[in-house]
Design a protein around this ligand. Structure first.
Ligand code: ATP
Length: 314
């Protein structure tokens, strides 16, 4: 279990972390989300001791995270940090040995991961001679080559083509299934929804919502309704509902969570024959927009009221 507890970090005037707290469990995948500048990279770097924190702590399996403990961690940083001119295989073997593997095991692990990621024939190529997506695969291999118990990846999917996304997804799923704790940040929320068991959304260096994917989606105070009436008859939103959009005959509505489903069905049925009706929790994208939008509004209110109080004091 990884526990990140109440992290605080300022860079001069900028508050990067303002109490970030999260837990990631073995055998599960955690999506670590937040808008640009929310503090995701700073939190991840803190797990690896790369940030001098003002306050807070990181614990692994209820113990302090020392450099020995970190040998069992794997990190794919946002600023990819491998040696551009060194042959791919050589640097993977080197990194495996740095993490305590002997030369034979390091060689085998290098072969295994390059094969698994479709790069076996590039083992002697220089990293800089590979395409962007293949360099990203090597970065992934570098974070995995020592078989870490905790895998932390900063935007691993950015810039990958659909096949690269699929390969990356499969590896992460397989690692979690093998018992590793997997944490990754991403702005591709559909992908997060597809892959993750758990989700944390942060904004302004603070966590805003955390839980299983289902909990986070169900926490919203509305549900999504999709409806199509026979003959594409138009739908008038029932009382309390809000029209989201209408495309190809399907009308999407937001209804308050307290709306009784039978009453909703009755009202829609009164408008025509229902051919299609679904009632689901909002998508992660909607939750993200709600949570992050609300926190920006809160901050603006706080700023406005502090300005007001300055004026009153003056
Ligand atoms: N070394 C640094 N010096 C000064 N400010 C920094 C430094 N590192 C991060 N920050 C600031 O801290 C805040 C959080 O940055 P961070 O990179 O953690 O955000 P992020 O959530 O990873 O963003 P993104 O989604 O854009 O990658 C930002 O305002 C950033 O400018």
């Amino acid at each position: 279990m990884l526990r990140v507890q109440d992290l605080h970090k300022r860079y001069g005037e900028v508050t990067a972390l303002d109490g970030v707290t999260l837990t990631a469990a073995p055998g599960r995948m955690l999506g670590f989300l937040g808008p640009n500048g929310a503090g995701k990279t700073t939190t991840m770097r803190a797990v690896f001791g790369l940030v001098r924190l003002d306050a807070g702590e990181v614990r692994w399996r209820d113990r302090e995270v020392t450099s020995d403990v970190r040998l069992r961690f794997g990190y794919m940083p946002e600023q990819r940090g491998l040696y551009a001119r060194m042959p791919v295989g050589r640097q993977l073997r080197y990194l495996a040995e740095l993490h305590g593997m002997d030369a034979d095991d390091a060689g085998r692990a290098t072969q295994r991961w390059l094969t698994e990621l479709g790069l076996a024939d590039r083992i002697d190529a220089r990293l800089s001679d590979l395409s962007h997506g293949n360099q990203q695969r090597v970065q992934l291999a570098a974070s995995l080559v020592h078989d870490p118990e905790l895998l932390v990846l900063d935007e691993p999917f950015s810039g990958l083509d659909p096949l690269g996304v699929q390969a990356m997804s499969e590896v992460l799923r397989e690692r979690a299934a093998a018992g590793a704790t997997v944490v990754f940040s991403s702005h591709q929320l559909e992908l997060v929804e597809e892959l993750c068991d758990d989700v944390v959304i942060i904004a302004h260096g603070r966590d805003q919502i955390a839980g299983t994917l289902d909990e986070v989606r169900a926490a919203a105070d509305y549900r999504r309704v999709e409806v199509r009436l026979a003959d594409n008859r138009p739908v008038t939103p029932p009382s309390g509902a809000r029209l989201l959009d209408a495309r190809e005959g399907i009308v999407r509505l937001q209804v308050p969570v307290a709306t009784p489903v039978p009453a909703l069905v009755e009202e829609l049925a009164g408008q025509g024959t229902i051919e299609h009706l679904t009632f689901t929790s909002p998508r992660l994208t909607e939750v993200f927009r709600d949570v992050v939008g609300a926190s920006i509004t809160d901050l603006e209110h706080a700023a406005a009221s502090s300005e007001e109080s300055v004026e009153v004091d003056a």
